[in-house]
Design a binder for this molecule. Structure first.
Ligand code: 3BY
Ligand code: FES
Ligand code: FE
Length: 402
């Protein structure tokens, strides 16, 4: 049982504009609270529709402690379920991708149709009543080829995200993608440190030298002025060309299309495309993020996604995936090495930064420190959103407890 009074006391000690009190990054009870208040209630990006292309294809992953599966039914609909057998609870499909006409639990071979209904229960006694036994559903939504799930009975409204992000994302043609690279590493840092780090580029100029070959460095005021001018020019050029541009923000998401550094057409080590077969002409860098766990970047030649899913209080599964156009051929249009080196480098640099952050936070010398309102506004946004989730969940749980 989580001691809600204690969580509220810690929560009340939070200083707005400052990083969180230590316990929020170190305490097992807060971690349990986070899984309920955040990961069991927010929309989570799981991948692209292209990963689940035909009837029976599925993607199995884990959110907090819950294995889940997103599967394409025979009629083309995507369905989401807890990947937990209704017999004695075994995980049914192994984590990753697959394609099966029926989902068979490997433990005692109970089987389920692609709509989650129970098909077979070998050797059960005659009086066994299968009525009402089916895989437990979760919510699934798709936007311009991207897939999101939510475990909550009543998920946060999705319409604003769809309405605002779809037009921005559609020109990136992710419906034509294929997954060519996926990596998961376990980072020894709290999931919030991983997301705070992913939300700010205060560390980019020094922390990611390769990234700033094609991304505007934002280290100084002069950089910022140049960046603002480039954004204005880019947005009017894109708008004139009929490509939706600019920024949209919701409670739990942000998306915008912005320019690469002058002379660059993709986010690569040298600014040149890393794939010959393109999704589109150069329409800049489309970035979208969901507060609890995801950052994604669509370029003219590839899309890279990043997600941070908590495993333990100081353990987070960081997964990155890279997609190219479905007709691009490895060895002909791209090599995996040149396609993946920038994000491998950047994501390992970020892993090291978040772990270094966690080590310092674990010490007696840690006190909450101020975010730069300018350079860390997204990290601050993330923390404010997190606190709003904590506050709302505390209120609803306290009310329930009566
Ligand atoms: O999302 C961003 O703006 C930066 C660039 C790559 C990683 N991230 C912190
Ligand atoms: Fe799945 Fe027994 S736990 S068939
Ligand atoms: Fe970074």
């Amino acid at each position: 049982m989580i001691d809600l009074r204690r969580v509220r006391e810690l929560f009340d000690a939070r200083l707005p504009g400052y990083s969180l009190p230590q316990e929020f990054y170190t305490d097992p009870e807060i971690f349990e609270f986070d899984l309920e208040a955040v990961h069991a209630r927010s929309w989570i990006f799981v991948g692209l529709e292209a990963e689940i292309p035909s009837a029976g294809s599925y993607l199995a992953t884990t959110i907090g402690r819950s294995p889940i599966i997103v599967v394409r039914d025979r009629d083309g609909t995507l369905r989401g379920f807890y990947n937990t057998c209704r017999h004695r609870g075994a995980q049914i499909c192994e984590t990753g991708h697959g394609c099966k006409p029926v989902l068979v639990c490997p433990y005692h071979q109970w089987s389920y149709r692609l709509d989650g209904s129970l098909q077979g229960t070998p050797r059960m006694h005659e009086s066994f009543d299968p009525a009402g036994i089916h895989l437990l559903p979760i919510h699934v939504e798709t936007v311009a080829g991207t897939v999101y799930v939510c475990l909550a009975d009543e998920p946060p409204p999705f319409e604003k995200f769809r309405n605002e992000v779809e037009p921005l994302l559609a020109p990136s043609r992710l419906i034509d993608a294929k997954l060519v690279y996926e990596k998961t590493v376990v980072e020894r840092a709290n999931w919030k440190l991983a997301m705070e780090n992913a939300s700010e580029c205060y560390h980019c100029a020094v922390g990611h030298p390769s990234l700033t070959a094609s991304a505007y460095p934002l280290a100084t005021r002069r950089d910022l002025d140049r960046w603002n001018m480039a954004c204005d020019e880019f947005t009017s050029r894109m708008t004139a060309a009929g490509v939706p541009s600019g920024q949209v923000d919701g409670d739990w998401f942000t998306a915008f299309r912005f320019p690469l550094k002058e002379g660059c057409v993709s986010l690569t080590m040298d600014g040149k495309p890393s794939v010959r077969k393109l999704f589109t002409e150069n329409i800049g860098w489309m970035r979208w993020s969901l507060h609890s766990s995801a950052y994604a970047h669509a370029l003219c030649d590839y899309t890279a996604t990043f997600s941070a899913i908590p495993i333990g209080v100081q353990e987070t599964a960081i997964t990155w995936k890279i997609y190219v156009h479905k007709d691009a051929q490895e060895g002909v249009d791209y090599t995996l090495d040149s396609l993946t080196s920038l994000w491998d480098k950047t994501n390992f640099e970020d892993r090291d930064l978040a772990e270094m952050n966690q080590r310092g936070v674990n010490g007696k010398g840690y006190l909450p420190g101020p975010y730069s309102q300018e350079a860390e506004s997204y990290a601050l946004n993330f923390v404010d959103w997190y606190c709003a989730q904590v506050g709302a969940h505390l209120d609803s749980q306290t009310k329930k407890a009566g």
